[in-house]
Design a protein around this ligand. Structure first.
Ligand code: DGT
Ligand code: MG
Length: 241
């Protein structure tokens, strides 16, 4: 078990296919418990950075360290236990709602499953399902709406005790009312975890410890909301529309 959740990217350069660089010389240092936001236009490389932290792909140049350990030297199952994630594409399996939430921490009790669902604002829709928490999800949750699938993924992250959390457009499919409702739950989710958050709605990243602005795979600005607004550059443009 990794304890602190310090994440460092050092001179990371990456492409999915040879000859096409998607990330260029990325340097990020997330102290334990910090909230780091990635912003920038579609295709800028935000999801790709989190793919690399998750080690979904191997990097060619540079390195990623967690608590000072190169992630190449961390076993994949250990990495999975230490990083909770809510991704752009939801991941659920054929099994009950309860099993899908408990996947975030297999030894969780039924009570903890409900607490996590409440944090994720998922409890009320789950209770309305034919068998509640015992309702079987069809492949990848086809019998749920996209927003409901996201809430289950949030509940799964909430039940996990992983010190690192990745939120990639985690609430993009839920309606504005639920999104407003879930804000407190999201704060609870991020509490005491190193969090990487990607969100198009910039109001949700305002309070991040560091905001990193990406363009064509490069970091063009980095700082707090106030610093970046004062700078009057790309973030300022994005923020003021
Ligand atoms: P978004 O989600 O639309 O706001 O965009 P980002 O910033 O998350 O962009 P990202 O990291 O998904 O994509 C960056 C570039 O990498 C973009 O040119 C598409 C390319 N790319 C992303 N995923 C893959 C992949 O699985 N295979 C290949 N060959 N290219 C990919
Ligand atoms: Mg993305």
């Amino acid at each position: 078990q990794l304890i602190k959740g310090e994440v460092t990217l050092k001179n990371v350069t990456f492409g999915y296919v040879p000859g096409k660089t998607v990330l260029k010389n990325i340097n990020v240092k997330a102290k334990p418990g910090q909230k780091i936001a990635f912003v920038g236009s579609t295709g800028a490389g935000k999801t790709t950075i989190t793919n690399l932290i998750n080690r979904f792909y191997e990097i060619e140049e540079g390195e990623i360290l967690i608590d000072g350990i190169n992630i190449k030297n961390i076993k994949k199952d250990s990495l999975r236990r230490n990083i909770a994630m809510v991704l752009q594409d939801t991941h659920l399996f054929s099994g009950t709602v309860r099993e899908n939430i408990r996947y975030g921490r297999p030894d969780a009790t039924d009570e903890e499953v409900i607490t996590a669902a409440k944090i994720a604002c998922a409890h009320s829709f789950i209770e309305r399902l034919p068998q509640g928490y015992d309702t079987v999800l069809e492949g990848d949750g086809a019998n749920l709406s996209q927003g409901e699938r996201q809430l289950l993924n949030i509940a799964r992250a909430a039940i996990s005790k992983a010190p690192i959390l990745i939120l990639d457009e985690a609430t993009s499919s839920v309606d504005t009312r639920t999104e407003k409702h879930i804000e407190r739950g999201m704060d609870q989710l991020m509490k005491n975890r190193t969090t990487f958050v990607i969100a198009h709605r910039l109001s949700t990243v305002r309070n991040a410890d560091q905001i990193i602005v990406l363009e064509h795979g490069e970091i063009i600005e980095q700082g707090t909301h106030d610093e970046l607004i004062k700078m009057g550059g790309r973030y300022y443009q994005l923020y003021t529309g």
